[in-house]
Ligand binder design. Structure first.
Ligand code: BES
Ligand code: MG
Ligand code: ZN
Length: 499
């Protein structure tokens, strides 16, 4: 990794960095030309000439020809006097753009004062670290001609008293980013390089490292336990499916237990209901939910929240073959319910049905959150910037919405009401794995299917089909790669559950 983030109390203007950075808002009250002129006497005129007004995404980079800094960089923040959440996201985007800009100008050290934003210094430092490290992510394992990666120090200037105080916020940010980037690196690996067994092995190694209990059930055990959904989906593939369970236990007495469940299809061809070639191209991403849950457990293991967490990931490959599930087949799940599989491409709900049933039976959790690249319908409804939230539990929904705001991972609630429930009833079994055509709303009918496996447990389903991979125009993500969505939100949820 190329960026190294540090806290320092050394006065910015008395320091020597390749570049000094100022964050400038649209309303321009952050733009204090007096101190900027000490660095670059012509800055006011230059900004005018270049029509730099601090708009979001705009950058002014000027050589300074002075002894301390080679460049002065102004990063536009857009309007900061808007909804605070939007304003802070603008800052995240500016940090992302800055990190991407540095190598293009060969800048190996930058410094800036902790920006004056409507947030605590802890929050600003943590999020600066998360985003700078996320923006730094590259997936270059398979380029044989490796470009050398420039190392850059990012110095955040704070008061002497704050240097020590903010250290844990910085470390927390670095830890979260590491987990996000781990998940991204698994998701970005193609299906021939990341099998169900490989993903389960990552879960085991993380658990071992963090001292968490990890159980990996084999396909044989999964069949024996009566998990007809997970075993059924895996039948078409020569690879064995896995069910990963990672447990974190707090030392607090009478603490609640929360289950995080993530869909882990290492490749989704659609099965016999095969996908058109273009829709299949990125289907290595279909284990993004599982990757998020497993990577979150690493953060949990280190930050030690005051609640119990169990992370569950059903993992399989969905392929057509002579042994694959066929449209019309009926499967029986772990909780005894049955479903007619009308479309083998609606496989996510089949593996999640068993995983959710397992969570309910063995942990009796106080809440379940599942993450799944579940439906194209949700991706089309919301696009790449919001994950879909489905729940009938308003209190848990509010918790997730709050965690979404704080973490910066946007979600948007979509309907889940009793009206839709008949859509997944079948004539020949309890359920049908695709929703009735006249009900449309594919994201919602998928959620209706899952709901049959959570019983009375408060439950939120997050559909991340649109947000997990190749999100355009967000500076801290990267084209054609995974986003690691979910980890920031789940971490926030776990750490602040009791509040
Ligand atoms: N993995 C897909 C959903 C998906 C689509 C994820 C686009 C990421 C990007 C899922 O398994 C799927 O194929 N769903 C079907 C369900 C349908 C057959 C009811 C879909 O959305 O078309
Ligand atoms: Mg198999
Ligand atoms: Zn599918």
């Amino acid at each position: 990794m190329a960026v190294n983030i540090k806290l320092t109390d050394k006065d910015l203007l008395k320091s020597k960095y390749d570049a000094v950075v100022y964050f400038v808002n649209d309303d321009s009250d952050l733009l204090d030309y007096k101190s900027l002129k000490k660095i670059s006497p012509n800055i006011e005129k230059l900004a005018k000439d270049k029509k730099f007004k601090g708009a979001l995404g705009s950058v002014l980079i000027v050589p300074t020809f002075n002894d301390n800094f080679s460049y002065l960089i102004l990063m536009g923040l857009g309007k900061t006097k808007i909804n605070n959440e939007v304003a802070f996201e603008n800052y995240r985007r500016a940090i992302g753009s800055l990190v991407k800009l540095l190598p293009t100008h060969n800048i190996s050290s930058v410094g800036f004062d902790l920006p004056k934003l409507d947030a605590t210094p802890e929050y600003i430092v943590e999020h600066t670290a998360v985003i700078a490290k996320m923006a730094d992510y590259v997936f270059n394992v398979f380029h044989t001609d490796k470009k050398t990666i420039l190392k850059t120090d990012i110095n955040i200037v704070v008061s002497t008293a704050l240097v020590k105080k903010l250290k844990s916020a910085l470390d927390k940010g670095l830890l979260i980013a590491e987990a996000v980037n781990d998940a991204r690196s698994w998701i970005d690996l193609p299906a021939n390089m990341l099998t169900p067994a490989d993903l389960a092995a990552h879960a085991e190694s993380i658990s071992k490292h963090e001292g968490l209990k990890c159980t990996v059930f084999t396909e044989k055990e999964i069949i024996k336990m009566g998990m007809g959904g997970l075993a059924g989906v895996s039948k078409g593939s020569e690879l064995d499916c896995k069910l990963v369970i990672i447990e974190y236990k707090t030392k607090e007495k009478n603490a609640p237990t929360v289950a995080f469940v993530g869909k882990g299809i290492t490749f989704d061809s659609g099965g016999l209901s095969i996908k058109p070639a273009a829709s299949m191209e990125t289907m290595k991403e279909d284990m993004s939910g599982a990757a998020a849950v497993i990577a979150t457990m690493k953060v949990i293991g280190q930050l030690k929240p005051k609640i119990n967490i169990v992370g569950i990931a059903p993992i399989a490959e969905n392929l057509p073959s002579g042994t694959a599930l066929k449209p019309g087949d009926i499967v029986k799940f772990y909780n005894g319910k049955t479903a007619e599989v009308k479309n083998t491409d609606a496989e996510g709900r089949l593996i999640l049905a068993d995983a959710l049933s397992y969570a309910v039976k063995h942990y009796k959790p106080d809440a379940i959150i599942d993450l799944a690249t579940l439906t194209g319908a949700c991706a089309y409804a919301l696009g790449p910037f919001f994950s879909g939230l489905f729940s009938q539990h308003d209190e848990l929904t509010q918790r997730v919405l709050d965690a979404s705001k704080v973490s910066g991972e946007a979600v948007w609630r979509l309907p889940l009401t009793d009206d839709y429930k008949v859509a997944v009833k079948a004539d020949v079994a309890d359920l049908c794995n695709i929703g009735r055509k006249d009900y449309m709303a594919g994201g919602t009918t998928a959620a209706c299917f899952l709901q049959h496996f959570v019983g009375e447990t408060p439950w939120v389903h997050l559909d991340i089909a649109g947000t997990a991979f190749n999100v355009p125009d967000v500076s801290y993500y990267r084209r054609a790669t995974a986003t690691g969505v979910g980890i920031r939100l789940l971490t926030e949820l776990a750490m602040n559950w009791e509040k």
